[in-house]
Design a protein. Sequence first.
Length: 490
Amino acid sequence: MEYQSSVQEIVAAFSKDNIIKVSEDKINVFLKGITDASRNIVGASIIKPLCQTFVDLYSLQMNENYEELLNKSVWILRILRNLCVNSPENQDLIRSNSSFMTLLFDKTSAFAKVQPTHKDALQFLKPSIQFMANFITSNEENQNFVWKECFPSLLCELLDTSDRNLLMSLCVLVHNITVKSPSKRKEMAENEQLLRLVLRGAMINGVAAEDAAFEWIFFIVSSIIKDDLFSQVFERFSQKSDNNSQQVFSMEQNILLNILDALLAKEGTKEHHAITTNNCRLLAKILYSSYSSFLKGYFASGGKEEENGESSFPQAKIFSLLLEMLGTITSNMHDLPTLPELQEAFKNEGLITVVVSVLSHVDMQEKAEQDAKSVEREKIYSSSSRFAFKADLIRIIGNLCHLSKYFQDEVRKLEAIPLLLNSCKLSDKEPHIREWSIYALRNVCKENTENQAFLEQMKILGAAKNIELDEVGLKATLDNGKLKLSKVEM
């Protein structure tokens, strides 16, 4: 009967005259005793007096017991938070207490403005936001109500926080309000200040966060991506290039690209919400606009690596990320009904030209090193770990050429077939390059007589031997007009 007595005591004690008398132990007993079966019954008897007491408390702010009164107001929020769980009846009953809701938003805003310096701010804000998150769950009317009161000003004030727990609660609130509302997600995506604060929460002291707050940020951005708003948001955070005319990406753009990459890697084979024409066009456009400065800066730095294995040229990481995403997209696009639109986007943005150009530069750099160092071929290739993105370049070529005569012909016109043949070398550090090269050659030549004839002119086929294929135990032959690569019997 301890639980029943605590309910009665708390109902009686939570008034401005008796508030100091109730103990935290009693409140804890009460909170633990709330179950799904009893929640609505308890809420019907206690919500109205609790809401009124909360309002009455703030008429005593100058009282010498202010600190204790603040503690009690926080406990009221925690009780109301628990009463809202899976209870639309309690959620609606709380909303009907307009004086409580008005005061709650006012106090939340006041504490949000002073949270960096006011010692009581977080003590109040955390249960306040937790309450709101439960208050709106599976309740569209409450979601609209809170969104109207909080978006965008109050949310921006609250999101400007360094407290990770508060940030997580805020992201839960935002996600739960917007998850089933495309119109609210669009409003959020169009508000630069709010979205900037959300995205910057993905970093802690310049390093990618790995906590619960980041997980909810990922959910929020993922919903924007699935609405095909990624390209709009990405362009909104553009910044001017530096003095060297290199493509410069803002912190927000870096975060967006990494979340898009994670979403592409995470999605199942039948769900490709991130593979949209707009996203493909954007990624190919970014690659095209940045590859000239990338080549100039990256090869000028010699592709040198830091101790952590990353390039000393700062844009290399983003460029590699773009290639990785385009490799993933082109690998999965052939089963999508939008394939013609995706291929047209890549065609218009010159993706094949960029990829072949970069591959050509990589090939020239490898040959230059070989001539300069006069060392064995195998040693050169096994030491070229800085060209890790080479596999993605070849992968993209092979994927684009799959049953596409346009891209097959472009590869021949851009003189990329010799580059693919030259990439059929074994590399201990990059073993995937050979496999992707063989795959690409197959797709380049499949049902394309011009490309098969080009290989014949290079004397790859018949009695002529090709050193690059022989070195890895392969031979190229024609079988009923189709190119086949097979192992050489030793």
